[in-house]
Design a protein around this ligand. Structure first.
Ligand code: SAM
Ligand code: CA
Length: 247
């Protein structure tokens, strides 16, 4: 069940997991996934970072543990080596990525907030993964523009995870489609936006959910109509749309 903004029938049994944004209709089923598939196999560093993040006031932003497991598996399946992440927060999806890459793998990680990244950094360092990460503090868009202008980065990324300002996703897409390889994957996160993408116009939505909803709806439409990619929208976490560049 979504954490907010939804007219769910069973709000009293709302799930308590930090970062829980599962759209499953049964909390028991979500708990089953966590206890059967995710927690027994969760690397120690991921568990530690999840627990540190749980104490942070903005913990609702974190990637959920099941989505972390999904990203880690996906990156291994596609043999990703050169990757990018827009929106790091304390680094849970970043760590899931770093763990999946080979030792010479790379992640260009961008966030306007370094302080939150530094909460997770000691755990990433302890796991011996920091050398894979090139963290840039600041807005992502100018960095992407610079890379495109440079000309050296066209078609060089195996995987790009976008989990930042939803009102910029289409601006990111315009640039990322150039930077990802043909055959590479861009993952746009939160594309079901708390389930609000199907909420009626008069539904009682939280202010930020309502504000970003139109951007998410517009993105989803644009991705579905974009002939340069194949897409697959998955109800993992708060919805993730995988886009495979085909031309
Ligand atoms: N992927 C993260 C994780 O696994 O915990 C969660 C990211 S959180 C949902 C969104 C992040 O996007 C925030 O840390 C925020 O500071 C960052 N952000 C917002 N606007 C941004 C921008 N223009 N460029 C880069 N990062 C931005
Ligand atoms: Ca997210």
């Amino acid at each position: 069940m979504a954490t907010n903004g939804e007219s769910g029938q069973n709000q009293t049994h709302r799930h308590q997991e930090v970062g829980h944004k599962s759209l499953l209709q049964s909390d028991a089923l979500y708990q089953y996934i966590l206890e059967t598939s995710v927690y027994p196999r969760e690397p120690e560093s991921m568990k530690e970072l999840r627990e540190v993040t749980a104490k942070h006031p903005w913990n609702i932003m974190t990637t959920s543990a099941d989505e972390g497991q999904f990203l880690n598996m996906l990156l291994k399946l596609i043999n990703a080596k050169n990757t990018m992440e827009i929106g790091v927060y304390t680094g849970y999806s970043l760590l899931a990525t770093a763990l999946a890459l080979p030792d010479d793998g790379k992640i260009l990680a961008m966030d306007i907030n370094r302080e939150n990244y530094e909460l997770g950094l000691p755990i990433i360092e302890k796991a011996g993964l920091a050398h894979k990460i090139d963290f840039r503090e600041g807005p992502a868009l100018p960095v992407l523009d610079q890379m495109i202008e440079d000309g050296k980065f066209h078609g060089t990324y195996d995987f790009i995870f976008v989990d930042a300002d939803k009102d910029n996703y289409l601006n990111y897409h315009k640039r990322l489609i150039d930077l990802v390889k043909v055959g590479g994957v861009i993952g746009y996160d939160n594309t079901l936006w708390n389930g609000s993408v199907v909420a009626p116009p008069d539904a009682p939505l939280r202010k930020y959910v309502r504000y970003y909803r139109d951007f998410v709806l517009e993105l989803n439409k644009a991705l579905a109509a974009d002939p340069r990619i194949e897409i697959c929208m998955l109800p993992v976490g708060d919805g993730i749309t995988l886009c495979r560049r085909v031309s």
